[in-house]
Design a binder for this molecule. Structure first.
Ligand code: SAM
Ligand code: SF4
Length: 336
């Protein structure tokens, strides 16, 4: 096997984007993501920070150019900045283009400055509502003000913030324009995500929560002139520009729009399992080859074999009024 060849899957997609879940733990319990009394993994199951470094450095050697750190809540992992600082070395060396993270924002007041110092330029903050009571309801344990303070700190530290909101029928439908205006006023992009059939709420609940982004987009179009943008950020989001404000709004539509053909990403769990597709069970254990030797040859081999198994696409489908392709995995395990 050519040890220097970049990672190309069987469908000729170059794998340049790795999402890494650094913990399954979180200080929130969002209803669509976790159950209230989550059982977390024993600590010894998790990759250590040194192992995460080795894992990511190997992927970077094999051609990954963009790392997104996620969880669980990445900023609740103890000493996580050590890991960010290790990844900064790849940014400095020019072998990594972007280091970024997805966070619930609760710890940002503390971490915004150190993240900026570690070379992070853009972050995604998940926020579904600007109403304090609704925020407490959807996150179960979260406090809105703490997240707002975190966003202030991030902007003050020079980080570009994008807000990700899960579109939830009957929950934040009435906040579409409030969220849009708030983001415009703060110069933040906004992306809506369709709720995916993950976690352990029953199918009926999930169907009840499903608010199609086609509908959301149509509502935006009543007030604004929407121009489709060709830009992609290496992720599955499609963007429109609101001509009246110049603002970009993204849509992540795993259910109503199939984006698999341009998928350049794989996901690593906090236990070292590599998921080749968010919507399929196929995965490869990379922890065993990592721990089996001090050199990285076994790990590199295992990564190449895994990429060869990346499926063409996923099967989520609400169209027949039943949730097909439902995954029993929690989002916090694979990392959203
Ligand atoms: N804790 C961090 C956060 O909330 O941003 C990072 C991990 S979280 C699992 C990543 C993203 O997944 C969040 O934006 C969250 O809203 C989204 N998410 C979780 N469960 C989801 C579901 N069932 N459908 C769609 N998005 C989901
Ligand atoms: Fe935690 Fe993020 Fe899941 Fe909410 S979506 S429970 S913040 S991991």
């Amino acid at each position: 096997m050519d040890q220097t060849a970049p990672l190309i899957d069987p469908f000729q997609r170059a794998i340049t984007y790795l999402r890494v879940s650094v913990t399954d733990r979180c200080d929130f319990r969002c209803v669509y993501c976790m159950s209230e009394n989550m059982q977390f993994l024993p600590k010894k199951e998790l990759l250590t920070l040194e192992e995460l470094d080795r894992m990511c450095s190997t992927f970077i050697r094999l051609g990954v150019r963009k790392l997104r750190i996620t969880g669980g809540e990445p900023l609740v992992r103890r000493d996580i900045m050590t890991f960010f600082q290790a990844m900064k070395l790849h940014l400095d060396a020019g072998t990594l283009d972007e280091l970024t993270l997805t966070t619930n924002g609760s710890q940002l007041a503390r971490f915004a400055e150190p993240l900026a110092a570690a070379g992070v330029k853009r972050i995604n903050v998940s926020l579904d509502t600007l109403d304090e009571a609704k925020f407490a309801e959807v996150t179960r344990w979260g406090r809105l003000q703490q997240v707002l303070n975190g966003i202030d700190a991030a902007q003050a530290a020079g980080l570009r913030v994008k807000i990700n909101a899960v579109a939830l029928k009957g929950f934040n439908e009435d906040e579409l324009f409030t969220l849009q205006e708030w983001c415009a006023a703060r110069d933040m992009d906004l992306t809506f995500i369709e709720v995916m059939p993950m976690g352990d709420l029953g199918n009926e609940d999930r169907l009840d929560q499903y608010w199609s982004l086609k509908d959301l987009r149509a509502r935006l179009a009543v007030r604004f002139t929407l121009t489709d943008l060709a830009m992609r950020t290496g992720g599955p989001a499609r963007y429109v520009q609101l001509e009246e404000t110049g603002q970009k709004i993204g849509f992540i539509t795993p259910l109503s729009h199939n984006f698999c053909e341009s998928c350049n990403r794989v996901r690593l769990t906090c236990t070292g399992q590599l998921y080749m597709c968010l919507g399929q069970e196929d995965m490869a254990d990379l922890r065993a080859p990592l721990r089996a030797s001090e050199g990285d040859a076994l790990l590199e081999d295992a990564i190449r074999r895994a990429i060869n198994l990346k499926p063409k696409g996923h099967d989520f489908d609400y169209s027949r009024q039943a949730v097909d392709g439902q995954m029993s995995r929690h989002m916090s395990h694979t990392g959203g």
